[in-house]
Design a protein around this ligand. Sequence first.
Ligand SMILES: Nc1ncnc2c1ncn2[C@@H]1O[C@H](COP(=O)(O)OP(=O)(O)OP(=O)(O)O)[C@@H](O)[C@H]1O
Ligand SMILES: [Mg+2]
Length: 308
Amino acid sequence: MATAVKTEGLTKTYRLLMQKEPVSAVSDLNIEVTEGEIFGFLGPNGAGKTTTIKMLLGLAYPTSGEAWVLGKPAGEIETKREISYLPETPYFYDYMNAAELVDFYARLFGIGKTEREGKIETLLKLVGLYQDRFKPLSQFSKGMLQRAGIAQALVNDPKLLFFDEPTSGLDPIAHSEIRDLILRLRDEGRTVFLSSHQLSDVELVCDRVAILNRGKLLKTGKLDELLTESSVEITTEKLDADTISKLKAVSNKILEEKAVVIVSLEDGLKSDQAIDIIRAAKGRILSVMPLRRTLEDLFVETIKEGSK
Ligand SMILES: Nc1ncnc2c1ncn2[C@@H]1O[C@H](COP(=O)(O)OP(=O)(O)OP(=O)(O)O)[C@@H](O)[C@H]1O
Ligand SMILES: [Mg+2]
């Protein structure tokens, strides 16, 4: 698969007049996004996500390092036809209505009248704004504006979409609709570069993620691999005190309930030892379960470890 986005040592430092110390927004970032995948770009507020996206779009210049988008250096005019951007706070001319907005952006891409009319209908239906197409954007709610932003981002039938917080301000129904839409975009063969704080959404849609903090990449990889932990939980019928104390040597947590014992092993490799101990005591194993952590667990751990 071809590479959709690649950065090498990408760095952005802001020097502000009133501040002595320069602000390091992005530092030495190396990431690679494969065509056709949904790539989650995660990090706390101020991590450098928007700054990176702006450099990839050619809206901000790197202090050092390089970036390529669809095989060409970031910011090339030609590439702009094939990519699109939903900014974190979309701003539109609010005297326009949604139909005029789509029409306006379609004109910018030189799309003819008949095709533009078709786009207005299909895109506004897609984002659930068709009923409200003649309402001025000044009367739109936050979520409606976000939907209008998504329609705008699809006007040029892009190969690669940069979504910066696409679900911010959306109600739960709209959240799941946008999630489905993002999956659909991938199924159509597009690449989605998704920056979001909605980790439950990211966990459901992304193929790979990168986690950054204070401009530095802390972790990147396939989501499935990052979330499959080695920890294991063994549940047995009640065990005697002697067996429990033996298990304590390999387990990091033992929970004794009325009828069962739950033995947690952070290091899954020790599960064989634990099973041997239980079997030797003629204990009855009810289940052995590998545990998968959530993206939120991974995110919090990664950020905490990174700031030690
Ligand atoms: N135009 C600018 N001038 C000076 N500093 C900036 C500018 N834009 C961003 N920064 C700084 O760069 C750092 C990264 O900001 P950025 O907007 O990229 O973060 P983010 O990860 O998108 O955060 P959020 O989740 O809040 O959107 C922050 O410390 C921010 O203050
Ligand atoms: Mg941002």
